[in-house]
Design a protein around this ligand. Structure first.
Ligand SMILES: [Ca+2]
Ligand SMILES: [Ca+2]
Length: 96
């Protein structure tokens, strides 16, 4: 009888543990999804502006989306185009 009592006493613990593990993995999955969405959004803005897909956004490509002042400020090496690093560093990928 004592053995049966011990076993039945353990079941709720197992259920709670399983529920916690499940909710933790669900939260993790949702967090990963949010990060993936964020990465996709920044990539899509850069890709959207980079019309000829050469990996750089020129002032012509950015026209109407990024002001010349913002573009100049973001163009750290002053080569007249923004690469992905400059684009991200300037926070432009988070502006939309
Ligand atoms: Ca381009
Ligand atoms: Ca540049």
């Amino acid at each position: 009888m004592q053995q049966t009592f011990k076993l039945s006493n353990r079941i709720p613990f197992i259920v709670i543990f399983a529920a916690l593990a499940w909710s933790a993995s669900t939260a993790y999955a949702e967090d990963m999804k949010a990060q993936a969405d964020k990465a996709k959004n920044s990539l899509s803005l850069f890709s959207k502006l980079d019309a000829n897909e050469d990996g750089y956004v020129t002032i012509e490509e950015a026209a109407g989306q990024i002001s010349p002042e913002t573009f100049s400020a973001a163009d750290k090496n002053h080569d007249g185009k923004l690469d992905m690093a400059e684009f991200k560093a300037s926070g432009l990928d988070e502006s939309k």
